[in-house]
Write a protein that binds this ligand. Structure first.
Ligand SMILES: [Zn+2]
Length: 304
């Protein structure tokens, strides 16, 4: 099925974990976000079409990670390495990771082959490094997607990382795996952390940096990490740079620039730690901004 004017939403039910709060504790509530956003897309009857995808193999993880680290995550031993992402190790996670990690790859492949935008209901694990995980990120699904797309389609990509936090793992792997010739990482977290730009200034800086990348002719596709943790009330961000309205502005600006450049885009969700309700609202607004830009829908945004 391929309904016109629908955004394909990549989400595999096998990536969902049960009993998250009981097993991991309340502070890990966000692990349930992909399923919650998927159900919200259904509830609001938005113009999306559900797509599932093949999981990664454990060999795929070795494209961008040390085989010793991959084996540690698969087996849970040594436990310090297996839990270097700060997510408690268990067999459910091991079973779900190949599905969780492959969603952005599948969405990006769809986008580059169809020319339409696609949305992966996964986060984009930008803190995972070559030799270990980091800060809630087990395997770097962004670098692996770019590596596979380079090998299979010969394309150069841009990761537009609009998370509050820096994409340090992505940069680590670009260096260790020599991906610089076919992958750029524009991580706004670096500029925000160092220059402390807020609100309109943040949006202006994003416009300038993205415009420069698009004008350079380097990227042939974009993976847009449309994070929710830049929200000014996000507890992990302390003082996030953007209000809810400004996050919607960010999305509109990004999609219109990428559309004008004629480059395919795949979206992933990024971090978000204020509440599940805020996450859903922000990510549905991203979906709506994308649909309004590409399909001339007139979805209105929701703000708390
Ligand atoms: Zn973050």
């Amino acid at each position: 099925m391929n309904e016109p004017n629908t955004i394909k939403a990549f989400y595999h039910p096998a990536s969902a974990l049960d009993n998250i709060l009981e097993i991991f504790g309340e502070r890990y509530f966000f692990i349930g976000k992909p399923k919650a956003v998927f159900e919200a897309l259904q509830r609001e009857r938005l113009n999306f079409e559900h797509r599932t995808h093949q999981p990664f193999t454990w060999k795929d993880f070795e494209l961008c990670h040390d085989p010793g680290y991959v084996e540690a995550v698969r087996t849970g031993s040594p436990i310090e390495l297996a839990e270097s992402s700060a997510i408690p190790w268990n067999e459910m996670i091991v079973a779900a990771l190949p599905y969780i990690s492959a969603a952005i790859y599948a969405a990006t492949v769809y986008s580059i082959t169809s020319g339409e935008p696609a949305m992966s209901l996964s986060s984009g694990f930008h803190h995972a490094k070559y030799f270990m995980g980091g800060s809630l990120c087990p395997f770097n699904d962004l670098n692996i997607a770019a590596e596979k797309i380079h090998r299979e389609h010969g394309l150069r990509g841009l990761i537009l990382d609009c998370d509050y936090h820096i994409g340090n793992g992505t940069d680590d792997i670009i260096t260790v795996c020599n991906q610089g010739e076919y992958l750029h990482n524009l991580s706004m977290g670096y500029f925000f952390s160092r220059l402390y730009v807020m609100h309109d200034e943040y949006l202006l800086l994003l416009k300038e940096k993205l415009s420069k990348e698009l004008r350079s002719g380097f990227p042939q596709y974009v993976i847009y990490k449309a994070a929710a943790d830049v929200f000014e009330r996000d507890p992990m961000a302390k003082r996030g740079p953007l209000s809810l309205k400004e996050i919607a502005k960010r999305d509109e600006m990004v999609f219109s620039m990428i559309k004008e450049a004629g480059i395919p885009v795949a979206i992933c969700l990024g971090g978000g730690y204020y509440s599940m309700e805020a996450n859903i609202l922000i990510h549905l607004n991203t979906f709506k901004a994308c649909s309004n830009t590409y399909f001339n829908t007139e979805h209105s945004y929701n703000f708390i």
